[in-house]
Design a protein around this ligand. Structure first.
Ligand code: PLP
Length: 401
């Protein structure tokens, strides 16, 4: 018997995906799942975008081989991703001081980044927001990092605790990794203002931190360019940083596992050299990326008509989420449920935190068949004409009861 002894006791279910498993096993009529991190439309399904279907048609018609792709992905994809994030005339693009790799999803990008940085031997520290996406500490912990939280949004509040955040990061040492959510912070929906980004950028420079921007929701907040406002603080001339992109949400390509890691170095030679090490990391991990999702993204971004169509579809998802935010606030306020609900309407991305206690979250699940994550993180996209009222009634019952 050589399996690890710990493996004889079942591991706890994943804090997010485990809830969807429990929801599927729940047979109560009218059950509501707002726990999953996927966009759904008003009928409760996650459709394939029409622009994606069109791109797939072209790809399949032209496909002649299933041969391996390069370790860091196809050049056309890598260029398309870089230009989507920065635009073609950004200093980082014109100087050539970045290198993008195609990774399996944003999760793959984060893990490749972690393994790439961990090569140096001595364990690094990564600073993660409190709260954050639970997979952040899991990924960096698995790669051997020390995890340190920085205050981000305090329980019960609906703004960035910027002074406390900067004070905590004052303890960071040069070279520590600072994990930042580029837009649509998961789980709070609260992003730094431009002035707050400025202060974060100033601290990064003073303390010589290495930022890693997790950009999993580009276009889900205010727009493709608008959501890149972190760049003014982080993508400054000469500064190094890492960027993890995901196309799971904005192209709805969840199960194609398509994302990218971009390393931004001081100059082209440093970027090329860093990229050679990223490739060593990838080769020893999954060898080379799955190609279909990246071909879809490349086809759409490279064809003006398809790209315009995709941007309309993306705006449709974004607009529906914003509309749901307003409907949710109205439903909670109409029931006079105690709480600071109005700011939820102005928050960004797929999630909102209801700031519920563990007991309230448990009662939502056990007494009302309503599934939410952690401290009441809900997927705002999951709200539909059918489930909004039952959901708000259930929240009223557990908050007041
Ligand atoms: C903050 C954050 N980062 C990264 C990801 C990774 O997404 P994926 O690996 O599905 O592309 C997610 C997905 O939920 C996320 O919420």
């Amino acid at each position: 018997m050589a399996l690890p002894i710990a493996s004889r006791t079942p591991a706890p279910p994943d804090p997010v995906l485990g809830l969807t498993e429990a929801f599927r096993a729940d047979t109560r009529p009218g059950r509501v799942n707002l726990s999953a991190g996927v966009y759904v439309d008003d009928t409760g399904i996650t459709p394939v975008l029409p622009s994606v279907l069109a791109a797939e048609g072209r790809i399949l018609a032209a496909q002649t081989t299933k041969v391996y792709r390069p370790i860091d992905g196809d050049a056309a994809y890598r260029t398309a991703v870089r230009d989507l994030v920065f635009g073609t005339d950004h200093e980082i693009v014109t100087s050539g001081r970045s290198a993008t790799s195609h990774t399996p999803g944003g999760t793959g990008a984060l893990r490749v980044a972690a393994d790439f940085l961990a090569q140096e031997g001595s364990p690094r520290t990564v600073w993660v927001s409190d709260p954050t996406w639970p997979n952040h500490p899991a990924i960096f912990g698995a790669a051997g990092f020390r995890i340190r939280p920085y205050p981000y949004v305090r329980p019960g509040e609906r703004h960035v605790a910027i002074d406390a955040m900067l004070e905590a990061l004052g303890e960071a040492e040069a070279g520590d990794l600072l994990l930042l959510h580029g837009s649509c912070h998961n789980p709070t929906g609260v992003d730094p203002s431009p002035a707050e980004w400025e202060r974060i950028g100033g601290l990064v420079e003073r303390r010589e931190l290495l930022p890693l921007v997790d950009f999993a929701y580009q276009g889900f907040g205010d727009g493709l360019r608008e959501d890149a406002s972190w760049q003014r603080a982080i993508a400054r001339p000469g500064r190094e940083f890492l960027l993890a992109s995901s196309f799971s949400k904005n192209f709805a390509l969840y199960n194609e596992r398509v994302g990218a890691l971009t390393v931004v170095a001081t100059d082209r030679a440093a970027a090329d050299s860093a990229q050679s090490h990223v490739k060593v990391t990838i080769r020893a991990n999954y060898s080379n990326p799955p190609s279909h999702g990246a071909e879809i993204v490349t086809t759409i971004l490279g064809d003006p008509a398809l790209r315009a169509q995709w941007e309309v579809e993306l705006a449709g998802m974004r607009g529906r989420i914003h509309a749901n935010r307003r409907l949710l606030v109205a439903a909670l306020e109409a029931r006079r449920i105690p709480g600071d609900w109005a700011p939820i309407a102005g928050e960004r991305g797929m999630f909102a935190l209801l700031n519920l206690s563990k007991d309230q979250v448990r009662r939502l699940r056990e007494e009302h068949a309503v599934y939410v994550v952690g401290a009441g993180r809900i997927n705002v996209a999951g709200i539909t004409a059918t489930n909004l009222d039952p959901f708000a009634d259930a929240v009223a019952a557990v908050v007041e009861g």
